[in-house]
Design a protein. Sequence first.
Length: 275
Amino acid sequence: MATTRNQKHQPLSGMNAANISISGILLGLLLVVPTMVLVWQLRLGFNKKLGIAVLRMLVQLGFVAVYLKYIFLLNNPFVNVAYVLVMVLIAAFSAIRTSNLAIKKLWFPTFICMLLPTLLTLLYFNWAIVQLDNIFQAELLIPVAGLMLGNTLKSNIVSLKTFFNQARKENKTYQYLLATGATRQEASRPFVKEAVRTAMAPNLATMATVGLVSLPGVMTGQILGGSDPMLAVKYQIMVMIIIFFNSLLSNLLQLYTAVHKGFNKSDQLDKGILK
């Protein structure tokens, strides 16, 4: 565990994480077989995608397990930050591609809109909340960045899709507001509000029901790893707070960019930005 200015985190006495053997992994993967049989019987049509997804998951996480081990041992601040930058870059491309928007026009603004909140929140988490001696410590910097980016990616996709769908569906309302003297920012504000509400709704629902409906990933992972449940709860609470803050800030920046880049000089929706 990472060393903080207050203490070293120690596993709960008497608890050890249960190892999963190769045979256990193979037995677990056997569950894919009845899953694919059900998909085939019901003619759901995504067995090929399921097979590719499982294969990619195995390969990608296998590589992650290998290179993260060496990154953690190296624990070089420049390498750690570079790794986070690569994660943000991939997330930015994925957000634009999944939202069916023009990558050339939006990938760099999206990269900045995801990078700045992530770095700000991440370093604040390590310095002020966990109080690490080394705020660039790989063991926390990279996993927490991954947690934040995964949630921010999902919310950014929802906010972008909602914004441009609203801009197309409510174009008459937008034109009316322009005609009455509203600026582009004022006329598109209802679309921005709807996009933010829609994107942040799952985060709000998760925060309101955590511990009742489900035990979230950070908490479960720490408990399985042998940590004190109270420590796991503390981490989970703080992680959910920073995820919500990071997602909201990133979404607001992303939508500001969408208002700026998504319309032409005549304040009309730029069809070239939509695929």
